[in-house]
Write a protein of this length. Structure first.
Length: 566
């Protein structure tokens, strides 16, 4: 296999938003690609996010085997993006499932051959390699089962989970427990059995035993400033009963049951291919209201139909109402599977800032049979533009390494490669005078086609205020002080590029601000121009009228009979 780079209408409580996304696959030039999306990253340093695609006819890298994951990151610290590729044999044994990892070194133009090859039991989680972490030494020889084997497939993550702005390590084990290795002054400390840092995932939902676990996703789902864990689960083997659990510090659960079965998650045993874990939630604020929405692949059934079809669905984060039975932090999800009709047969769907304007669209991958042959599958990449009109504001944040090649002599130097694990939080004041928070972790997960973007787009809602504070923290190494800095009074609708370099010299950290005018600015300009034109026309008409009056008065004066002249 080869790899190449390459206004809403309310009808009987049904919220129709089917016109929000427009398929622009042909316009962006990827309609002819027979392959699947693997990762995002700025490979050539032009400050634009590139796509990493796995195809059958690529001309950049050729590997013998099935590519199961791609992770772009700067491994050697030269400021250029390198690529980690995880591959499996075409006919991998179900009992002995090994993954071969290759690292290809990039120079912003090409990739050099891999001299780093490693055989592993599962796909690796990529962490920032230049922070010199130290792991507290533990063994699994005790009577305690704290160090249970890591679950395969895993959904491990590298992000701040206790609010100190330095990345911790989340590991999911075979006992379906989430181990939180807290970063204490640069040392990853393993939790004890009775510690609060052991997240015991549920065994029962609605008094029913959970039989299928999906992949964990970490996001502040209710906008309270704390990271929550999203976990899709099923209480039946084929996910006829599907639930979405949400965990934070109080381990509260959100479930989406109690309704007719018109949609359901897709269990691994019901997948046509094991390449993509379909019970994976990917998040992003598509309507910029300040609350993260989600995308997931579902089996759905139209009214009157008997068969299910697979399609990518939008889970819109909405306020809870009296009709909702399952809520978390006064928020819940509303399922829209008619929002992305071109993604029928999808295996992947994720949010992506397609035009680099802070308005996130959707990238998806669909699967179909080649010439009707069930043994031959082909994939197609789709790009969907977000056409939802909103006067809400956004804040886009990118945290990069700051290292560039010494051979770069032009003025347009690249900023560097996006880091893994940075934590960011903004504080602002809403229109009703309340303090509003939002936080996120950059590139916290990398295995099993996590498809996280190398940036974060915060929706600010309809606010005329500045962002009061933007705090950014990066992972600490042993012996280092807190690596965190705060910037004040950030203009909304802007892109902030944070360069935390050198890591331990906070005064040297820089933040570059690029303001993106919103449609309101254009509409305001057009309105002002229209008013000026209207006033000009009125003045011109009045001037012409006065001129005609003057001419008439002159003609009348010329015909007057002057008695004084007699």
């Amino acid at each position: 296999m080869k790899i190449s780079f390459s206004f809403g209408l309310l009808v009987l409580l049904w919220r129709q938003i089917s016109s929000s996304f427009i398929d622009v696959t042909e316009r962006v030039g990827i309609s002819a690609i027979n392959g699947y999306l693997a990762a995002f990253g700025d490979f050539n340093g032009d400050k634009q996010t590139d796509l990493f695609l796995v195809t059958g006819e690529g001309n950049n890298l050729v590997l013998q085997g099935k590519i199961v994951n791609v992770s772009p990151i700067d491994f050697d610290g030269d400021g250029c993006l390198d690529v980690l590729i995880a591959a499996e044999p075409q006919h991998n044994s179900k009992t002995e499932k090994n993954v071969t990892v290759y690292v290809y070194w990039g120079n912003s133009q090409t990739l050099d051959g891999s001299d780093f090859i490693l055989v592993m039991k599962d796909q690796p989680l990529v962490m920032e390699s230049k922070r010199r972490f130290e792991v507290q030494r533990q063994t699994n020889l005790r009577k305690s089962s704290v160090l249970a084997p890591v679950r395969i497939p895993h959904s491990n993550a590298f992000l701040d989970l206790n609010g100190d702005f330095t990345a911790d390590l989340f590991v999911i084990n075979e006992q379906n427990q989430g181990e939180v290795w807290i970063n204490r002054k640069g040392v990853l400390v393993h939790p004890s059995d009775d510690s609060e840092e052991v997240i015991k995932l549920p065994k029962m939902v609605k008094d029913k035993l959970i039989k299928v676990f999906g992949q964990s996703t970490f996001v502040d789902i209710d906008g309270d400033g704390n990271i929550d864990q999203l976990l899709p689960v099923c209480t039946t083997d084929y996910c006829e009963e599907s639930h979405l659990c949400v965990y934070s510090s109080n381990k509260t659960m959100l479930s989406n049951d109690g309704r007719p079965v018109t949609w359901q998650f897709i269990a691994p045993t019901n997948q046509t291919s094991s390449l993509f874990p379909l019970m994976t939630i990917r998040t992003g604020d598509y309507n910029m209201d300040g609350f993260y929405d989600a995308l997931i692949v579902l089996n759905v059934k139209e009214t009157g139909e008997t068969k299910f079809k697979r399609i990518a669905a939008l889970l819109e984060n909405i306020p809870c109402e009296s009709t909702h039975t399952s809520c978390f932090g006064e928020r819940t999800f509303d399922v829209h599977w008619k929002e992305l009709p071109t993604l029928e047969g999808a295996v992947v769907a994720t949010f992506f800032d397609l035009y680099e304007n802070g308005k996130i669209g959707v990238m998806g991958v669909t699967e179909s049979l080649k010439n009707g042959d069930p043994q031959s599958v082909e994939y197609h990449v789709h790009a969907l533009r977000n056409d939802l009109y909103s006067d809400a504001c956004f804040l886009k944040v990118i945290v990069v390494g700051g290292r560039t090649l010494t051979s770069c002599e032009n003025e347009n130097l690249p900023y560097g490669v996006s880091l893994t694990g940075p934590f960011m939080r903004y504080t602002t004041t809403s229109t009703d005078g309340k303090i509003k928070y939002g936080n996120a972790a950059q590139l916290s997960q990398s295995a099993y086609f996590a498809l996280q973007c190398p940036y974060t787009v915060f929706g600010l809602g309809r606010t005329p205020n500045f962002v009061d504070e933007l705090a950014v923290g990066i992972p600490r190494s042993k012996g280092s002080s807190e690596r965190k800095r705060v910037w004040s009074s950030i203009i909304p609708n802007s892109q902030v590029i944070v360069v935390p370099y050198p890591p331990d010299s906070l005064s040297s950290w820089t933040a570059k601000l690029f303001v993106t005018p919103s449609k309101l600015v254009l509409l305001t300009g057009v309105s002002l121009l229209g008013i000026c034109v209207f006033i000009g026309l009125v003045i011109m008409l009045l001037h012409l009228k006065e001129k005609r009056e003057d001419q008439r008065e002159k003609r009348q004066d010329a015909h007057k009979f002057h008695f004084d002249a007699m």
